[in-house]
Design a protein around this ligand. Structure first.
Ligand code: XUL
Ligand code: CO
Length: 437
């Protein structure tokens, strides 16, 4: 097969002064930051669904993207050809990982047996290409939301047959992910939510979702899959309320149903903002529960209220993400997965390169800036000092469980009133961050 991108060679690091739009200005894979290469810190991953299946369609108009290598048929041959192109792209970009849904890579057949056969035929090529290039699978997942059978959800469907179908589909997706050496597996509850409570038994649906995940954990053990399971929070879209609405809701669900030890969180920026949170908030919630797994890197548009999945270019955002990630000890099994799509108007092949190069550079800068802020130490020192009353006397007694309401009352009655508060210095700290950007 001839090259799909003959005019583009492997993207190189050329440094901040380069004017070459097809070069990295900041992402230097071998450069060591805080004792680890940028490659190992960031573990960049390209998503199959947007980058190789995205066609620019929206609810007001059809596709604007017509790739020369893709006949847009549902044939297995076309799907296999697409795999070769995908790996040429990822290899030229220099990303170490990719991620996919089962139905992104292979077409659905007339029956589940046919569908599984299609998936095997394409997975064979994925495996060949992984071997040829050394590119790894960050995580696999199953698409349980496009087909009309999932209209009422998958694990939370009112139709028990749909639960069974979804279980069979996830079983297969897990096995394929395992066979491809996947480092993880993601559960995003595509249609696990409701459009109206009038027709919904919420308790029953949540119980079913938990049962489904327990079955997945059991099957994972059965097949010896060692990858990390993740759950991906999102508050709305497509349903009006998704059960996995944000990091805190997911953690509560996992704890309530005894699943907390088996799943970490895959956090996505645009999902955080749809939930009314910042990405850094979600990262901190996950880190506090020792559940920070992986991130879907993208961004929304401040003026649009839906999941626009744009490539991240805001250095302030990537700095905040990397600060929280570094403070939490870094990404281990997870990575920075670009769950992002080029705009409908950016329909040329080069745009795919510009988008990913920009996202990788933005995260590389965020990493370097966050490391510099940590090295400087003033931010961490400020936070430490802010809580210093907890490191001694009454604060220490409370933290160590040596106090109760009676001893605290006695303490306060004797003291009369609290030690004076000191300033939170938000503006000072915002200025401090800007010193590094
Ligand atoms: C949807 C979304 C998904 C998951 C994987 O908003 O983010 O693509 O990342 O199913
Ligand atoms: Co995502």
């Amino acid at each position: 097969m001839s090259e799909a991108f003959p005019k583009i060679s492997k993207v190189q690091y050329e440094g901040a002064k380069s004017k070459n739009p097809l070069a990295f200005k900041h992402y230097n894979a071998d450069e060591v930051v805080e004792g680890k290469t940028m490659r190992d810190h960031l573990r960049f991953s390209v998503v199959y669904w947007h980058t190789f299946r995205g066609r620019g369609a929206d609810m007001f108009g059809g596709p604007t993207v017509f790739r020369p290598w893709d006949d847009n048929s549902d044939s297995v041959e076309n799907a296999q050809k697409r795999v070769r192109v995908a790996f040429e792209f990822i290899e030229k970009l220099g990303a170490p990982f990719y991620a996919f849904h089962d139905r992104d890579v292979a077409p659905e057949g007339a029956t589940l047996t046919d569908t599984n056969k299609n998936l095997d035929a394409v997975a064979k090529v994925l495996k060949e290409e992984q071997k040829r290039t050394g590119i790894g699978l960050l995580w696999g997942t199953a698409c349980l939301f496009v087909h009309p059978r999932f209209a009422h959800g998958a694990a939370t469907s009112c139709n028990a047959d749909v639960f069974a179908y979804a279980a069979a589909q996830v079983k297969k997706a897990l096995e394929v992910t395992h066979d491809l050496g996947g480092e993880g597996y993601v559960f995003w509850g595509g249609r696990e939510g409701y459009s109206t409570l009038l027709n919904t038994n919420m308790k029953r649906e949540l119980d079913h979702l938990a049962k489904f995940l327990h079955m997945a954990v059991e099957h994972k053990k059965k097949i010896g899959f060692k990858g990390q399971f993740y759950i991906e929070p999102k508050p709305k879209e497509p349903t009006k309320h998704q059960y996995d609405s944000d990091a805190a809701a997911c953690l509560n669900f996992l704890r309530e149903y005894g699943l907390k030890d088996h799943l970490k969180l895959n956090l996505e920026t645009n999902h955080a903002t749809l939930a009314g949170h910042s990405m850094q908030h979600e990262l901190e919630v996950a880190a506090a529960a020792d559940a920070l797994g992986s991130i879907d890197a993208n961004t929304g548009d401040a003026l649009l209220g839906w999941d626009t999945d744009q490539f991240p270019t805001d250095i302030y955002l990537t700095t905040q993400c990397m600060l929280s990630i570094l403070n939490a000890g870094g990404l281990k099994t997870g990575g920075v997965n670009f769950d992002a799509k080029v705009r409908r108007e950016s329909f040329e092949v080069d745009d795919l390169f510009y988008a990913h190069i920009g996202g990788m550079d933005a995260f590389a800068r965020g990493l370097k800036i966050a490391a510099a802020i940590r090295k400087d130490g003033r931010l961490a020192e400020f936070v430490k000092a802010r809580y210093s009353s907890w490191d001694r006397d009454i604060g220490q007694d409370i933290e160590l469980g040596r106090a109760n309401f009676e001893t605290l009352e006695k303490y306060m009655l004797k003291k009369g009133d609290v030690a004076p508060n000191t300033s939170g210095r938000q503006e000072f700290l915002e200025n401090l961050i800007n010193e590094f950007i």
